[in-house]
Design a protein around this ligand. Structure first.
Ligand code: MG
Length: 265
């Protein structure tokens, strides 16, 4: 069953969304050649705890870190390590926080300096597919519309769609119903209603959709070794349409400008 959130639940989810978006953006500012993914993990954990929240990923089903750190061919669930990021890498970071009983979940893929143009395009299209999927989050739509949106853009560009890992409902628990695959058919599955909150997270591969899991039991990589991109927002469905709970202030301004709105600070 998909749990609809009350007004006061949504207020709490806005707060934790804003918190984790701020952590994501702070980490983005730290990503540069020479920093280790473990440094970034530790910085995230400190920021989350200093805000009075808990790093949701830490201990989740035994996951031993506060963020997932997935470099290049790693898709999701990578362990932070002493690997030093370098020019030309892409770095996917996925993180969550729990505050006042509710969870926010977000991910982004950051390029380091000059990357292969083909990979830059993969990042651009994957992020675009996230926003196209978010547009489907309107009352009266269907959950299948979300995956349809991601699939449409992925197929236009010939990217592999990761099948075994999906978006999800989110609220008091990080993973609630429904599962939201990154493929689907329009008009299928559950009706979307105001009050639902979804974590939407396209994972697209430059090459084949096939994946494998490394010996650590967690890190999921592309089977062909080609790069993969991952972008995620936590999104509330309101009567007025989708409200992205994990937008940074900068992303809000950019989206306002694209829609021709003036956004007051
Ligand atoms: Mg998620």
């Amino acid at each position: 069953m998909i749990i609809a959130k009350s007004k006061s639940d949504l207020e709490k989810m806005r707060r934790v969304g804003e918190l984790i978006a701020g952590v994501r953006e702070a980490l983005r500012g730290m990503v540069e050649p020479g920093i280790t993914t473990l440094d970034l993990n530790n910085a995230a954990e400190k920021m989350i705890r200093d805000a009075g929240a808990y790093p949701t990923f830490l201990g989740y089903q035994g996951f031993p870190f506060s963020i997932c750190a997935s470099v290049n061919e790693a898709i999701v669930h990578g362990f932070p390590t002493d690997y030093e990021l370098k020019e030309g890498d892409i770095f996917s970071m996925d993180m969550g926080a729990t505050l006042d009983g509710f969870v926010g979940d977000t991910a982004t893929t950051v390029p380091l300096g000059n990357i292969d143009p083909e990979v830059a395009e993969l990042l651009k299209v994957t992020e675009k597919s996230l926003y196209f999927a978010i547009e489907q989050c309107v009352p009266g739509g269907n959950v299948g519309d979300i995956g349809w949106a991601v699939q449409t853009l992925a197929e236009e560009h010939g990217y592999g769609i990761v099948q075994g890992y999906t978006g999800h409902g989110i609220g008091r628990n990080m993973h609630e119903a429904p599962q939201i695959p990154n493929y689907g058919r329009r008009g299928t599955r559950e009706k979307i209603r105001a009050g639902f909150v979804f974590a939407i997270e396209p994972m697209l591969n430059l090459g084949s959709p096939d994946t494998k899991t490394l010996a650590d039991g967690w890190t999921v990589v592309t089977a062909d070794g080609k790069p993969s991109a991952h972008f995620e927002h936590t999104v509330a469905v309101t009567e007025e349409g989708p409200e992205i709970l994990t937008l940074s202030a900068e992303q809000k301004l950019k989206r306002g400008a694209e829609k021709g709105e003036t956004v007051s600070a």
